[in-house]
Design a protein around this ligand. Structure first.
Ligand SMILES: *Cc1c(COP(=O)(O)O)cnc(C)c1O
Length: 362
């Protein structure tokens, strides 16, 4: 199949990768830069792979402005494994932690953490089916928490934090799986940032943790070795075989982000894409967004007509027009357009045109 047959894939994850990245990976797939083998076939201890690893880590650090007193860990197990690793590594300080629940994944992380310590619910947006992000004033924070955990972008409910909470020195752990590298972040405001790669960075199989040095080495004695941040940091993510292929693709994605002008340029593009789509939906009398203005996600845009049959018709006709994977998550219904970094502006323009035409015809 030719590239012109590729669709605009609005999947929430795994999701689109830049065509340039796929083409470069394709060109190098059987013989990586004269090595005579694929990156998939290389020893993770080889010189060629070590260079890929070091370059990728350096590019990632530079793009996200990660200070030198933070380690970048390349792990496996998805963001979900971090739901266990975080309390195991960090709760030992006081035995307590604060969690904010703003959707599905933050709720899963909250439930998992309860197995390891005294977990305090600092806020929960379930009262309004997670259509908003609590304000700083709504957070009930504990002075003696070992850390505060929240999820920056709620992939399923389509909300995104527009501020970083003030915690008076309590380290912040943040799940950025679905909005990492879409906006500039002040890494120093966080103790730990983590993300599964498959939304904005690389294929599934790689999970990145960015952790401040002073938080390493406080793990509970029962912490499994593969979840111990100190072990992974001491071995520079090579305690065992890292997800080599995903790390390689992450390097290509970093090159692509750099070629777009870096994270500030990406942030501008994503702001344009998101406001184009929200403006189209707000101007429509057929479609509406359940999420509150001021809490809306620039990555996952949730919308619906209010009529299940019409929603289904929209999704099926959009698919036929090359705009795929727009069905909403079963918890929310309706539609969801995930417009991560790799979704071209043209894809969002086509979706907006399709929304207007669909409204006219129905
Ligand atoms: C997708 C997602 C997860 C789950 O990631 P896995 O890698 O499948 O474990 C967690 N948090 C957020 C915000 C996500 O979008």
């Amino acid at each position: 199949m030719a590239n012109q047959d590729r669709v605009y894939n609005f999947s929430a994850g795994p999701s689109m990768l830049p065509l340039e990245v796929l083409e470069r990976a394709g060109a190098e797939i059987t013989n990586y830069q004269g090595s005579g083998m694929s990156v998939m076939e290389m020893s993770h201890r080889s010189k060629a792979f070590q260079k890929i690893f070091d370059d990728t880590q350096a590019k990632f650090r530079s793009l996200l402005n990660i200070p030198n007193n933070y380690k970048i860990l390349f792990m496996q197990g998805g963001a979900s494994t971090q739901f266990s690793a975080i309390p195991l590594n960090l709760i030992g300080k006081t035995g307590k932690a604060d969690y904010v629940v703003t959707g599905n994944f933050s709720n899963l992380s909250y439930k998992e953490a309860k197995r390891f310590g005294d977990i305090h619910l600092a806020a929960n947006s379930e009262d309004k089916n997670h259509i908003y992000i609590p304000s700083q004033e709504q957070l009930d924070l504990s002075a003696d928490a070992s850390y505060l955990h929240y999820c920056a972008n709620n992939t399923i409910y389509g909300t995104e934090w527009q501020y970083i909470p003030e915690t008076n020195g309590v380290p912040i752990c943040c799940d950025m799986s679905s909005d990492i590298m879409s906006r500039t972040i002040d890494v120093e405001k966080f103790g730990l940032i983590y993300a599964g790669a498959q939304k904005n960075l690389a294929p599934a199989g790689l999970t990145i943790a960015i952790i401040r040095d002073d938080l390493l080495g406080n793990e509970l004695p029962s912490t499994p070795v593969m979840m111990n941040y100190k072990t992974i940091a001491d071995k520079d993510s090579m305690y065992n075989t890292p997800p080599c292929w995903c790390i390689y693709i992450l390097g290509l994605v970093c090159d692509w982000v750099e070629s777009q002008g870096g994270v500030p340029a990406i942030e501008k593009i994503k702001g344009n894409k998101a406001s184009m789509l929200y403006n189209t939906l707000d101007a429509s009398s057929m479609f509406n967004c359940p999420t509150e203005k001021g809490s809306r996600s620039d990555m996952n845009v949730v919308f619906r007509t209010g009529n299940d049959e019409l929603d289904a018709k929209f999704v099926s006709e959009a698919t036929a027009a090359g705009l795929t994977t727009l069905k909403g998550h079963r918890n929310v219904g309706g539609m969801r357009a995930s417009i991560y970094n790799s979704m071209p502006t043209e894809g969002v323009e086509k979706l907006c045109d399709f929304i207007r035409t669909f409204e006219k015809n129905n």
